[in-house]
Design a protein around this ligand. Structure first.
Ligand code: SF4
Length: 210
């Protein structure tokens, strides 16, 4: 059984300032940036949203603007047709049900078009200061490697982690693992000999002993 408090302490030392790297000024902008970040780097999303957020300032702007124009505006983020459709439908739902505001509960967020648990937890943790564990590709991979979960499905991983990790650490833990996944525990070649989590990690122990 992993010493979760030791793991959290090490992550705090390694990534004391871990936070969301998407640029945003309000919950709507974060929602849009998070939708755009699927299969795209945060840097590219930030480049695109710099102009996008000047043009689209309210949920109604996404709902009412022409779809083909929105597609062109977000094209560099990839999968732009699906993303534009999600943003347009989501904007319409926000206008219809929430007077254009982004709701602040998981139950309401996941009912919006194009918003899954991952995006909802990003919005909750980062825009509303409500703890949420974001299971993206980095968080899923690293928690499996360490041995904090045996699940493969992101929602099941999220529930395993919610049992293990104190609630007040849910949001920062997600950001810390995302940074760790980018810098050290990369998908293709984790740098286990350089990793301060080595002694607490199943995968690291196996590779160190082989
Ligand atoms: S020891 Fe290796 S596998 Fe484990 S968290 Fe560190 S880099 Fe990843």
């Amino acid at each position: 059984m992993q010493d979760i408090l030791a793991i959290l302490r090490i992550l705090d030392q390694m990534y004391p300032k871990a936070k969301c790297s998407l640029d945003f000024k309000n919950p709507l902008e974060l929602l849009v940036a998070t939708v755009l970040s699927a299969q795209c780097t945060d840097e590219r999303v930030n480049q695109v949203t710099k102009n996008l957020f000047k043009k689209y300032q309210a949920a109604a702007d996404y709902a009412n603007g022409p779809l083909n124009e929105l597609e062109e505006d977000i094209r560099p983020t990839g999968f732009f047709r699906n993303k534009a459709k999600s943003l347009k439908n989501c904007g319409a739902a926000l206008v219809k049900k929430y007077k254009g505001e982004v709701p602040n509960s998981l139950e309401e967020l996941v009912k919006l078009p194009g918003i899954g648990r991952k995006t909802a937890n990003v919005i909750l943790g980062t825009a509303f200061n409500t703890p949420g564990i974001v299971v993206d590709t980095h968080v899923g991979r690293i928690t499996q490697r360490i041995g904090l979960t045996r699940q493969r499905d992101p929602v099941k991983i999220e529930f395993d982690l919610m049992e293990l990790i104190p609630k007040e650490k849910w949001t920062v833990f997600s950001h810390q693992l995302i940074q760790h996944g980018r810098k050290i525990c990369t998908a293709r070649k984790p740098k286990c000999p350089d990793c301060p989590l080595l002694e607490h990690c199943d995968h690291g122990q196996v590779t160190a002993g082989s």
